[in-house]
Design a protein around this ligand. Structure first.
Ligand SMILES: NC(=O)c1ccc[n+]([C@@H]2O[C@H](COP(=O)([O-])OP(=O)(O)OC[C@H]3O[C@@H](n4cnc5c(N)ncnc54)[C@H](O)[C@@H]3O)[C@@H](O)[C@H]2O)c1
Length: 390
C-alpha cells in the first residue's frame, strides 16, 4: 500500500469522537491519514464542535459527507470506522465491503441477527479486513489474562457490572426527530439500545470469550423489568439482568448487570475459576493457585499461593489507551497483512452479539435455554432475527 492507510469515520458522536481522537493521534504518528468524516447532522461535522472533544483536531485534508454512501462512493478511503447507533444501519456496511473497503464496526453491529448475517456475508464475499469494537481485548492486563489461560480450562466466570441510569450519556444523534427519546439518552431506551445487556453487557460477554478461548453455546436470562410508571423518566430498559452462558468447552459464565436510577453507583466484580486456580483483578491481576506438590503437609498461607499474572497498576480497559490500541491494531494489521493482530473479526464476533440478543429472547420466553447455533439458524427463532424495518 502506497502511503498511510486512508481512514474514514461514519458517525461523529460520543464514541465516534473518541475514535477521531485516536485517529488524530495516529495521524500525528504517521500511521494513518483521516480523509473523510460522515454524519447526517451538520453540527456534528463543525470544526468548533469536534475540537471541543478532540485535542489537536484539524479538518485539513478531510472531506465531510452527510451520509456513509457519499463516503463509500468517493474513492477516498481504504477503511471505514462505522460508529452509528445499532438501529441505524441500512446496508452501509454491505455496500462498503462490496467496494473492497475494510470495516471497523462498533458494537453492536445491529440489533437484528438477519442484518448481521447480511453484513457478515458481504464482508466474507469481498474478503475485506474487518474488526468489531471490543477494545478490552487490546488492554494489556486483559491480554495477559487471556495468554495465561491459553493452556488452562476455564470452569466458571462471574462478572458483575454495577452501573446506574445516570451513567448513560446524552448522545449526538437527533433521536427526538426519529420517534426516539426526547433527551437523546438512547442507551436507556430499548428500541434504540436493544437493552443494556446488548448495548453494554456485550463487552463483558465478549471478554469472557476472549479470556476463556471459548464460545458461548447457550444462554438463559432473567431480567428485572423497570416499573412502567418510571419509563418516561428513567427509560424503559430493565433495572437488572441475570444472564448465564454455557460455554462450548463446558464452563459456565455469569453476567449480572444492573442499572438502577438514583444510586449514582458504579462498581464491578470479576472472578475466573480454572481447574486449579481463582483469578482475581486486584491492583495486580492475580491467580490464587498452589503449584508445588499437592496436597502439601500443611495448608499454605494465602501469600504462598498468590501469583501475579499481570502486574499493576492497571487503567480502565475501556479508556483512551485501549481505543487507540484497537484502532492502531486494525490499521497496522491491514498495512502489514497480519490479520491475527486484530484479535477478532466481524465473523468471529457474531457469537458475542448473538449471545446477548439471545439473552433478550430467553428472558422474553420465561428464561428458556437458547442454543446459539439454533438461534442463528432455526426457523423457530426467525421472527426474533428479523428487522421489522427492512
Ligand atoms: N466500544 C465502546 O466502548 C463504545 C462506547 C460507546 C458507544 N459505542 C457504540 O458506538 C455506536 C455509536 O454510539 P454513540 O455513543 O457514539 O452514539 P451517538 O448518538 O452519540 O453518535 C452516533 C453518531 O452517528 C450519527 N449517525 C446516526 N445515524 C447515522 C447514519 N445513518 N449515518 C451516519 N451517521 C449517523 C449521529 O448523528 C451521531 O453523531 C453505538 O453502536 C454504540 O453502542 C461503543
Amino acid at each position: 500500500m502506497a502511503g498511510p492507510l486512508r481512514v474514514g469515520l461514519v458517525g461523529v458522536g460520543q464514541r465516534g469522537l473518541q475514535h477521531v481522537q485516536a485517529l488524530t493521534d495516529m495521524q500525528n504518528d504517521e500511521i494513518i491519514q483521516i480523509t473523510a468524516l460522515a454524519d447526517p447532522y451538520p453540527e456534528n461535522l463543525e470544526e468548533s464542535k469536534i475540537s471541543k472533544y478532540v485535542d489537536g483536531f484539524s479538518p485539513a485534508g478531510i472531506q465531510m459527507f452527510d451520509s456513509a454512501d457519499g463516503m463509500i462512493e468517493s474513492g477516498l478511503v481504504d477503511a471505514i470506522w462505522f460508529v452509528i447507533p445499532p438501529n441505524q444501519h441500512r446496508g452501509e456496511i454491505e455496500r462498503a465491503a462490496e467496494r473492497e473497503i475494510a470495516i471497523f464496526a462498533e458494537k453492536p453491529q445491529s440489533l437484528f441477527l438477519d442484518d448481521i448475517i447480511s453484513q457478515d456475508a458481504a464482508i466474507t464475499r469481498a474478503g475485506v479486513p474487518s474488526t468489531v469494537g471490543f477494545q478490552m481485548r487490546h488492554d494489556r492486563g486483559y491480554t495477559d489474562i487471556a495468554a495465561y489461560l491459553e493452556d488452562k480450562w476455564v470452569a466458571a466466570m462471574t462478572m458483575i457490572a454495577e452501573g446506574a441510569v445516570e451513567g448513560h450519556g446524552v448522545k449526538h444523534t437527533r433521536t427526538e426527530e426519529q420517534g426516539g427519546p426526547a433527551n437523546r439518552v438512547w442507551t436507556a431506551n430499548r428500541a434504540w439500545s436493544g437493552t443494556s445487556v446488548v448495548e453494554a453487557g456485550i463487552h463483558q460477554t465478549d471478554i469472557m470469550r476472549y479470556w476463556s478461548h471459548d464460545d458461548v453455546e447457550w444462554v438463559r436470562a432473567t431480567y428485572t423489568e423497570r416499573p412502567k410508571e418510571l419509563h418516561a423518566t428513567e427509560g424503559d430498559n430493565p433495572i437488572a439482568y441475570t444472564v448465564t452462558y454455557g460455554m462450548k468447552k463446558g464452563g459456565v459464565a455469569n453476567l449480572l448487570f444492573t442499572k438502577p436510577a438514583r444510586s449514582y453507583y458504579g462498581g464491578r466484580f470479576d472472578c475466573i475459576i480454572h481447574t486449579h486456580g481463582t483469578i482475581k483483578l486486584e491492583d495486580d491481576f492475580v491467580d490464587y493457585t498452589f503449584e508445588d506438590e499437592w496436597p502439601p503437609a500443611q495448608n499454605p498461607g494465602i501469600d504462598q499461593v498468590r501469583k501475579v499474572i499481570s502486574p499493576g497498576p492497571h487503567t480502565t480497559a475501556m479508556g483512551r489507551e485501549s481505543t487507540r490500541a484497537i484502532g492502531q491494531a486494525f490499521a497496522t494489521s491491514i498495512v502489514e497483512n497480519k490479520p491475527e493482530n486484530r484479535l477478532n473479526s466481524f465473523h468471529s464476533s457474531i457469537n458475542s452479539l448473538a449471545s446477548v440478543l439471545a439473552a433478550n429472547v430467553s428472558n422474553d420466553l420465561g428464561g428458556e435455554k437458547i442454543v446459539i447455533n439454533e438461534f442463528i439458524h432455526d426457523d423457530k427463532y426467525a421472527k426474533y432475527r428479523k428487522n421489522p424495518k427492512r
